[in-house]
Write a new protein. Structure first.
Length: 425
């Protein structure tokens, strides 16, 4: 039984290998551009609020197109839908590079380009997730999802580092141009795919014509399938109740006596924890009780955030600031590891237990949850910290996460018995 990251999906499926390679490179470019756009907006406005608006312009299209895009994916050839949406992303990347080469000074141009790119992403990402089960056998899905989580966190680490280097060396125009070149690999991977039409829909469910009725069919399915629904609710426990990211700037300055580098260090710790966990993820594909694994990992996320809060609260009193920082970073790394394993199994359950004719719509909901949950969590953590302190916000969030996922497990006991050999929604 392998211990290290299982590369079997890359070996057995050339189509998956091309898709994975293309989107891994594109992910690096995407994270590069996220950082570069934030830097450019701040350079143009000198306002942190203006930088924050970038997230708002990205979130709204993701929510809208995540839901509607899922209906498109279930109604049309998934390769075609992904190619068209990717073309919009590629075009927005080219225009982003052109505005830098042309010396644009209007941040609204960047906001609109971010919105177009996010709308494309909200369709491409669920389309890709819906395609994987058609390229790979079911028992290989955990390994494929572990590879995806690994690639995402590598991009989350490498992309921002590249952004800092490229912006310093050649300016925004060079950074955006590199993103365009990297994204071309994603188009290549999609173009080489065979046709992947959706499987026939059962009588009584809309699917041939995307629209509100089609979207509602997907939501109704989610409302009546407890195991699939629990993958979303469990993630909400972690991302809404115990998301510490908004606390990092204040924690760095007030508790650890650092600045921007300390913030980056804490953020990177979560990604590094995820990468390490995925490097040793070879046995995940053999685990049958995937629902139980999700619950345990979400609880471990909460415990880790609780530990981070204790480190913050002890800085300068029980522990020196330097020691408290290292303890806090260790707990954040543990949180990242737990979240990555949870993500592997949540995605696998969603793919395996959802019928093909609804898979696009449920993956669309998944994108909305993944994008919206952390945003709400940041708002909640910031609000609690304002009313009390950053340490209290992290400690209370960790406790609330553990209690909430425990209560959900007691309510939906069947999720704990979910067996990967017989995936029931």
């Amino acid at each position: 039984m392998p211990i290290l990251l299982d590369l079997t999906p890359l070996r057995v499926s050339p189509a998956y290998r091309r898709l994975f390679t293309g989107f891994t490179l594109a992910g690096v470019g995407s994270q590069l551009t996220v950082v570069a756009i934030g830097l450019q907006v701040y350079h143009l406005t000198g306002s942190s609020f203006s930088v924050g608006l970038v997230g708002l312009f990205a979130l709204v299209p993701i929510i809208v197109m995540g839901l509607y895009g899922g209906a498109l994916i279930d109604a049309h050839d998934r390769r075609t839908v992904a190619l068209v949406a990717s073309s919009f992303m590629w075009a927005s990347g080219i225009l982003t590079a052109l505005q830098a080469w042309g010396g644009n000074t209007n941040p609204l141009v960047l906001y609109l380009l971010v919105a177009v790119n996010s709308a494309g992403f909200a369709v491409v990402s669920p389309a890709r997730s819906a395609i994987y089960p058609r390229l790979l056998e079911r028992h290989l899905l955990p390994a494929a999802n572990a590879l995806g989580v690994f690639a995402f966190n590598v991009a989350l680490t490498v992309g921002p580092l590249m952004a800092g280097f490229l912006v310093d060396w050649g300016g925004y125009k060079l950074a955006y141009s590199v993103d365009v070149a990297l994204f071309t690999a994603a188009l290549w991977g999609l173009f080489r795919l065979p046709s992947i039409p959706p499987e026939p829909h059962p009588e009584g469910l809309s699917g041939g014509r995307p629209g509100l009725t089609s979207v509602l069919d997907g939501l109704r399915f989610l409302g009546t399938r407890p195991n699939v629904r629990m993958t979303f609710l469990a993630d909400f426990c972690a991302m809404i109740l115990a998301m510490p990211r908004a606390l990092f700037p204040a924690v760095a300055a007030l508790a650890f006596g650092g600045g921007a580098r300390t913030v980056g260090f804490m953020a990177a710790a979560i990604a590094v924890g995820s990468i390490v966990a995925m490097l040793f993820s070879g046995r995940l594909g053999h685990l049958r009780r995937q629902g139980l694994a999700v619950v345990v990992c979400v609880a471990l996320w909460g415990v880790s955030v609780f530990g981070f809060g204790l480190a913050v609260g002890s800085a300068g009193s029980v522990l020196t600031r330097s020691s408290a920082l290292w303890v806090g970073v260790l707990f954040l790394g543990c949180a990242g590891a737990a979240d990555s394993v949870s993500a592997v199994f949540r995605t696998t359950i969603l793919q395996a237990a959802t019928p093909d004719y609804l898979r696009g719509r449920l993956q669309g909901v998944f994108i909305v949850v993944v994008a919206g949950g952390p945003r709400l969590g940041e708002f909640l953590a910031g609000s609690v910290a304002t009313a009390s302190s950053e340490a209290v916000a992290a400690i209370a969030g960790g406790i609330a996460c553990v209690l909430a996922v425990g209560a959900l497990s007691a309510w939906q006991r069947g999720f704990l018995r979910y067996d990967a050999r017989e995936p029931t929604p």
